[in-house]
Design a protein around this ligand. Structure first.
Ligand SMILES: Nc1ncnc2c1ncn2[C@@H]1O[C@H](COP(=O)(O)OP(=O)(O)O)[C@@H](O)[C@H]1O
Ligand SMILES: [Mg+2]
Length: 391
């Protein structure tokens, strides 16, 4: 099958789109050959980025209208990609569109009586329902392209009690399993998430780690009054030194102590947190704050992955372009004899990887195979992901 994956992540920097050829080469369900035909990244203009930011806390009217606007945007990106690849719409079997997340509420476990788990009073644990909202109307994508469109991948997993995230572990296993090697497949987008890939699918582990670029980006936007969106190559942070009390405070965040399955987003690590930090640490130099946030990202990634003793850490996402962050990760993991490399050394463009994973998830859905891993999302069972809009 030839499938287009469309991805717009928490960074809301633009759309990554990839045309992928996918087919089974064995009977295990995991022996799937994947080749990337073409990738494009289409950045959002300032007006659209502002409209997306407004949606994070916006009116129902704004979100309703933006859902259709984003549908048009995704459709145009898919059409441009098809044209650049020298193909036509009839050459494409399906579009798998992640959509733009505007809100994500993870499910949380709690004790019915209100006691904490360590009191062991014997009462039952209950789960508060989670919910998530990705926009970019699939009906518009299908209407403009005439291509079957799969959307809303996260909701079915959440309906089964899961976090709806991370969903890339099964594609990561398909792409990166290697006999006798433990690999940590790390995506540093707005949020950082990891899949620990071992020989057997049942040994796969995955979870959201916490902030990837989101806190750094937020601080840069505030400092530059919107003129810059991120710390290019980490050059601002590398000119500063970490502010130790702030770093220690941030490392104590309760999310890092939570055991998997767990998921997070801008609601926890976004503008609200950064504004609070800048208000309380206003006297600290800008480069030092950015250094602190970059060290925080590196240290939480290291602490989260270290217990699984990988031999290789494979980094994708825009964060892999942050030279300073990559050097911090390299230093931390080298003490454990573990090699940190950009996914580009493994033949993938760092920006294309998530789009490729969603194309694989679309493929699994069309083959009527589950795409989630309950050990990663906390769902009660494996489910078929996504909603299908016929052309
Ligand atoms: N050259 C670079 N230097 C530092 N950071 C970068 C660079 N290129 C991209 N990034 C970071 O990557 C982010 C986009 O990463 P991406 O993987 O698309 O995340 P998401 O999936 O959340 O959209 C940008 O917001 C920026 O923080
Ligand atoms: Mg992005």
């Amino acid at each position: 099958m030839r499938i287009i994956g469309l991805m717009s992540g928490t960074s809301h920097d633009g759309v990554d789109a990839a045309i992928v050829e996918i087919g089974d080469v064995g009977d295990s369900g995991f022996d799937v050959e994947v080749s990337v035909i073409r990738h494009i990244h289409v950045p959002y203009d300032n007006a659209l980025r502002d409209a997306i930011r407004e949606a994070f806390s916006g009116s129902v009217e704004h979100i309703c209208s933006l859902n259709f606007v984003m549908g048009e945007v995704f459709a145009q990106v898919a059409l441009s990609l098809i044209q650049e690849a020298g193909l036509s719409c009839k050459d494409i079997d399906a579009i798998a569109s992640h959509g733009q997340t505007v809100y994500h509420i993870p499910p949380i476990a709690f004790q019915r009586c209100g006691c904490t788990t360590d009191k062991k009073c014997g009462c039952t644990t209950d789960k508060k329902r989670g919910s998530t909202l990705q926009i970019g109307e699939a009906a518009v994508i299908a209407e403009r392209t005439g291509i079957l469109t799969i959307s809303d991948f996260r909701t079915r997993d959440m309906a089964a009690g899961g976090h709806g995230a991370p969903l890339v572990p099964l594609p990561d296993y398909i792409l990166f399993k290697k006999p006798a090697v433990v690999r940590a497949v790390l995506n540093v987008g707005g949020i950082a998430n990891v899949t620990i890939v071992k020989n057997a699918i049942n040994d796969t582990l995955a979870f959201d780690i916490g902030p990837g670029n989101c806190l750094i980006d937020e601080a840069v936007v505030i400092y530059s009054d919107g003129a810059a969106r991120f710390d290019k190559n980490g050059s601002l942070a590398s000119a500063g030194t970490p502010h130790v009390p702030l770093l220690e405070e941030l490392l104590r965040h309760q999310f890092f102590k939570q055991p998997p399955p767990k998921s997070t987003g801008r609601e926890m690590f976004g503008a609200v947190l950064v504004r609070d930090i800048l208000r309380r640490y206003g006297a600290v130099a800008q480069n030092d704050i950015l250094s602190t946030l970059t060290h925080l990202t590196a240290q939480v990634i290291f602490a989260a992955i270290r217990p699984y003793r990988p031999q290789e850490v494979i980094v994708s996402g825009g964060g892999s372009r942050n030279v300073f962050l990559m050097s911090l990760l390299g230093e931390l993991f080298s003490q454990k004899g573990c090699k940190v490399s950009s996914i580009s050394s493994y033949g993938f463009l760092p920006e294309a990887k998530e789009a490729v994973c969603f194309a694989i998830l679309g493929y699994l859905t069309l083959k009527r195979r589950p795409g989630n891993l309950p050990c990663a999302t906390g769902a009660s069972r494996q489910v078929l992901l996504g909603k299908i809009t016929l052309p």
